[in-house]
Design a protein around this ligand. Structure first.
Ligand code: ADP
Ligand code: MG
Length: 791
């Protein structure tokens, strides 16, 4: 029995022990000592440790001296006596075993897993247990670690939809991870990928690409990444993304190629949709008439500006993006927009769901220095970097604004024109009736004055009546002029000549304190106007200038040729662009305020004291200008004088020599018979009385019907028909036509207090027609009758 504390292999005194007598046993003893496995020898009878080797001492952290002669149980190397019991029982039963796992303890109490092989041995009648113990806790840990890692990898592959694959160099088979199987839609139980089978899964167009990729992997080149399409067994095509490379051993020998694969079909589809949507929106933006832009508030620069900005402002989008945003607005608009932003951006940052500051109007400078007015609609968005961006649409509303202003101006003008029209109608109507009455008054006064036996005192009264009557006739004439209803005889006139001829008269009108400057322009175009109307215009404007100049001053009259285009629409409703002759009359007088300017052309508007002004001067000028299809404009400020511009259309027709109509000839001797037709009895009486005084035989009728039946029954010849134009029933023109068919030699003279335009439209006024404007004097009557008889 070995109770030797030195154990059975006494390394120090090997020669004293019979067991160690042979050299073989010395060798075994050495093998025992240096064995990398922990070896222990236990006496079966008493369970005491007989010997342990180096590794055993290290493994169990127990010295040989401390171990020999003690039992493992005593040394607390077993976690429990039950486990030790099982171990011994097993050994008894089968005598030996190999590689059983036991959890045992080191001396320190730390447990570890050991792989144990043990055998019962008999030596010189004694039984021993020889056991080897391999500490496999590290391996165990590594195994567990690897297992955990593997499951982690496979789980992350599943979650990330990333599969992996590998192929040994030269091998046919490819190893796929679970996720790779899922990506390819294949069943791991039935599908065993080889290179050929794998390539067959790829859509034919992408196979060459894949082959190149694999070749590069095998050569150890960097194959980069690959995008390819595969077809799954269910027929669906997926887009995959792959990377791969060569794995080499430490000695540089290639081991295998491996890589990853990912299904990017959804991402690709989303990318394509995003690209399509982006190109759609880009197309909309690039082709929009409005300017679409994105502004980065932080850098104060435009990130995008659509090409239409070039049309709007003359700058290219690149130029605008290179400029600071301030340059996109006029200083006033910039200030307003900054105020708006200061209010709105903090609100937006606090709650990005609030809508953008809807719409505002701004002025923007253009490259050529002009200004465009745009309507801007904006919206704020938070960029990916968390910065506020403003997306806006700018619409050119310059034209719309101009049109609105133009509409407002035209409507005001129309109102003014309508007012002038109705006032004109009223004035015209009154003047017409008044004219008839004045004819009677003046005619009768003339007859009365012609009576040789008139009382001298009565004559004075009659002359006063005549003067007042003539003044009234003058006033009436002005009213008719305003109502554009003067009977006029337009002729082709050189305005320079017409003005020059009147300057003497004007000088007299304005007096010595006012200097008159007359600046005729060279080669002035001709106009068609009744020259007496030019006199009326000049006289009225000159008198007003005189009244406006306190003390000394200047009246300037100028002429010029001028071409008026659409920009001059403001001159009046129904403005016709074209060539005009401009007549300017300006003074250095008091000028006018806006309120006065609004009313100056209205008849009877005057700021002058009673008795000084009639308020008919400018109304007359206005009427004359309108009657001649011209325009009048006035420019004045209190204290800065006044300038009137009159534009008369250029005459562009043929010029006929002026007929010398008004040359009076001595009355013809043989008395003629005149039929007077007039519905107004007083005028009728007046006319017949005058005719008789002039030596004519007068017959009278109060209507066209009367005249026709009178002539039908009249035994003798009638030489002249003197008829009113406008009469109830039948007008004068029609009457003349009827009578002329039976009496072709009848001479016709028309008289009227009515207005030029109506008479023109009736075809009464025109060349070869004898016309007598009411009220008339007997001289005028005589002259027109003589002219008629001479025809
Ligand atoms: P009247 O001269 O009889 O007042 P008008 O029709 O000629 O009537 O003029 C109307 C008003 O227009 C004048 O009362 C005056 O207030 C103003 N006016 C006209 N011409 C001038 C002028 N050249 N300078 C200042 N005011 C003027
Ligand atoms: Mg006046």
């Amino acid at each position: 029995m070995y109770s030797d504390k030195d154990g059975i292999f006494d390394h120090q005194n090997a020669n004293d022990n019979p067991v160690r007598s042979s050299s073989a046993s010395a060798m075994y003893a050495k093998a025992f000592a240096i064995n990398p496995a922990a070896i222990g020898i236990v006496c079966l009878d008493n369970g005491l440790i007989v010997d342990v080797n180096e590794t055993w001492q290290e493994t169990f952290q127990c010295s040989r001296a401390g171990a020999i002669g003690r039992s493992a149980l005593e040394l607390q190397l077993w976690p429990s006596s039950e486990i030790r019991g099982q171990y011994l029982e097993e050994l008894h039963r089968i005598g030996s075993f190999r590689n059983r796992e036991y959890t045992v303890l080191r001396k320190s109490g730390e447990s570890f897993t050991a792989l144990c092989s043990a055998e019962l041995m008999e030596l010189q009648g004694e039984k021993f247990i020889v056991s080897t113990w391999l500490d496999i806790s590290d391996r165990k840990r590594t195994e567990e670690y690897l297992k955990r890692n593997e499951s982690l990898l496979s789980e992350s592959q599943r979650i990330g939809h990333i599969g992996s694959w590998s192929r040994e160099i030269g091998a046919k088979d490819i190893q796929w991870s679970d996720e790779t199987y899922r990506i390819y839609g294949q069943d791991p139980a039935t599908f065993h990928p080889t290179l050929a089978l794998f390539v067959a899964l790829i859509v034919p167009e992408d196979r060459a690409l894949m082959k190149d990729f694999i070749r590069a992997c095998e050569k150890g080149e960097n194959p980069g990444e690959i995008e390819f399409r595969i077809m799954r067994p269910d027929g669906t095509v997926r887009i995959l993304y792959g990377r791969g490379g060569l794995e080499v051993a430490c000695d540089g020998k290639p081991l295998r190629i491996l890589g990853m694969v990912q299904d990017i079909s959804e991402r690709k589809q989303a990318e394509r949709a995003a690209r399509e949507s982006e190109s759609r929106y880009r197309l909309i933006a690039e082709n929009a008439a409005d300017v679409i832009w994105v502004l980065d508030l932080e850098t104060q620069r435009f990130k995008y500006v659509s090409p239409s900005v070039a049309k709007l402002r003359g700058y290219s989008p690149e130029e605008v993006m290179a400029q600071p945003v301030d340059m996109a607005l006029t200083p006033e608009s910039l200030k307003r927009v900054q105020e708006l932003l200061a209010l709105w951006i903090p609100q937006f940052i606090a709650d990005p769901s609030i809508p953008g500051f809807a719409t505002t109007e701004v002025d923007q400078p253009c490259k050529d220095g002009s200004i465009v007015c745009t309507e801007v609609t904006t919206n704020a968005v938070m960029s990916e970097r968390g910065q506020v961006e403003i997306i806006g649409v700018s619409r050119d509303i310059t034209e719309r604004k101009r049109a609105n202003e133009e509409r407002a101006r035209l409507s005001a003008q129309l109102q003014q024109a309508q007012k002038m029209e109705s006032v004109g109608r009223l004035a015209g109507g009154v003047a017409h009736d008044f004219n008839n009455m004045l004819s009677v008054i003046l005619g009768n006064v003339e007859i009365a004055l012609a009576q040789t036996n008139t009382e001298p005192s009565l004559s004075i009264c009659l002359e006063e009546i005549q003067k007042a009557g003539r003044r009234s006739a003058n006033l009436t004439r002005q009213l008719l002029a305003f109502a554009r209803k003067q009977a006029i005889t337009p002729s082709i006139v050189d305005l320079n000549e017409a003005v020059s001829g009147f300057t003497k008269m004007l000088r007299r009108l304005i007096g010595e304190n006012i200097v008159m400057e007359w600046k005729p322009s060279q080669d002035l175009w001709l106009v068609e106007i009744d020259p007496s109307q030019i006199d009326q215009i000049l006289a009225n404007l000159a008198v007003n200038a005189r009244d406006a100049i306190a003390g000394i001053g200047t009246l300037t009259i100028e002429t010029a040729n001028i071409e008026l285009d659409d920009k001059h629409q403001a001159l009046g409703s129904g403005f016709v662009p074209g060539d005009y002759v401009q007549l300017s009359i300006s003074d250095t007088g008091s000028g006018m305020d806006n309120e006065t300017l609004k009313h100056i052309f209205e008849p009877f508007f005057t700021t002058k004291e009673i008795g000084k002004g009639t308020g008919l001067g400018l109304a007359t000028v206005y009427g004359i200008v309108k009657q001649n299809n011209g325009y009048i404009d006035v420019c004045s400020q209190p204290g800065n004088g006044t300038q009137f511009e009159i534009y008369l259309p250029r005459f562009v027709g043929m010029i006929h020599p002026v007929s010398e109509e008004n040359i009076l000839e001595p009355p013809l001797d043989n008395p003629a018979k005149v039929l007077v037709v007039e519905d107004e009895p007083t005028v009728l009486t007046l006319a017949t009385t005058m005719l008789e005084k002039l030596g004519y035989t007068a017959l009278s009728a109060t209507s066209a019907q009367d005249a026709i039946s009178l002539l039908a029954h009249y035994p003798g010849n009638i030489d002249i028909l003197l008829t009113d134009v406008i009469m109830p029933g039948m007008n004068g023109r029609e009457l003349a036509r009827r009578l002329l068919s039976d009496h072709p030699n009848l001479k016709c003279v028309f008289m009227s207090g009515w207005t030029a335009d109506i008479l023109e439209s009736e075809g009464v006024i025109g060349p070869g027609i004898h016309f007598l404007q009411k009220p008339f004097t007997s001289d005028q009557l005589s002259s027109v009758l003589q002219n008629a008889r001479r025809d």
